[in-house]
Design a protein. Sequence first.
Length: 501
Amino acid sequence: MTTATRKKTESAKIRAKLKHPVVDADGHLIEITPVILDYIKQEAGAKTAQAIEGKMQAARNGHTHQGYQGHAVSVEANRQSWRAMAHWWSQPVNADDRAAVSLPKLLAQRLDDLGVDFTVLYPSHQHVVPGLSATVGGMGAIDKDIARAVYRGYNRYVADITREYSDRMTPVAKVRMGTPQDAAADLTHAVQELGLKAAAMYTVNITRPIAKTARENPEAARYAQRAELFGMDTEYNYDTLWQACMDLKVAVTFHEGLGITPSSSPSPSNYVFNHVGMLSRTHHALAKALFLGGATHRFPELNFAFLEAGVGWAVSLYADLHGHWEKRNGEAIRSLNPARLDVERLMGLVAQYADPKTKAKMPEIRETFERKPPRPRNLDDFHACGVKTPEDFRARFADNFYFGCEADDPVTAAAFRSDVNPMGATLKTVLGSDIAHWDVKEMNEVLEEAWEMVERESITEGQFKEFVFENPVRLHGRLNRDFFKGTRVEAEAKRLLAKKR
């Protein structure tokens, strides 16, 4: 059946009545492993390609029950090291949809049925090929030459297979975040040599040693690791990467969060337990670090997007941070200085109201109240943010952060509650279709599901426009005004970006 003769989907009907395009900020490709492996080996060179094949063979021989990422799905095996149950049965079983997310030519033909004018495509297989999980997951123990080959091979693969359909889609480059130097090099290669214009920063499971443990018990050091937060408390200067993003005109997008760490209490037996809240929990930490570490202050024109976790966690984080700032900013914190405590009045009240056993301890109690508690050198936990006024606070968070929301997530409406959010803020949501995910059973229903928020009057049509068009365009177009050049949405994006925000 041709495009002209097949029946219009509900999503296509909704798109037809909209007066603006629909931009999907988080679509997906499912990589075809035999093909992408050739790209990786070509990027690697003979010696490194041989090492890659050896690691893959070891993975095949060593796991009889595994998910496609190489994680064991045996509860007994997981419990031995308290490893999280991996996701299983996690891809579409609708043959048309499954083919479309691996074949860009078919996807381009299907986008009108989805009601989508343009989509930004993210990876699906985090680890790409068995045996190389530590490479793509972050640091691991795998040779840097292999890591470089995996990332750059992937980037060349997606650049090649989507190039002919660039009017309807663009893939993201995968950027390894182990060090800012590696990340900047990957990004530069992807943009300048491959022509890619969007990037996903792969932060998952990047850990650092804890100095005291490494010094005193080296054998235990590999088990006592801390998560890298990238925005603060890091031995690396990630500002060099943020500056590279500015220079290359690429928004920073996080698609994987920080991964499951021991502190997140994973379940070795239940995938749903691990999946619910996983990304919101790790994005919460990442966004806090970037905000409190001052990244949005030092790079006010750089956008950061946190995808696949919705916006509910961000609404709560914004309110929590604002409440803390009001009471613990550099000036307000002085009201809590223990030196302000009137010890004499307090002791008088103790003498007047305390029971006999308490009165018998009056000297020790006085000593407790007069003791000077410890304090850090810098009293202002917000010093790196450059926040002096409430308006500064709102700008540092609400102007630079974007949040990817799935079509069926009703909590998306909370982002628009300016009557509830501090400083009357609305947070920037972007539609993530998440096609290729197990929870998107029918690709054609994505826009239809998103539109239900308008039908329920959870959001207005104007807010829907922000969600599916204006915010996705500004996310990528703020730095790169040519991001949508040559695409179906070029004219509308150009008009939007020409307007003052």
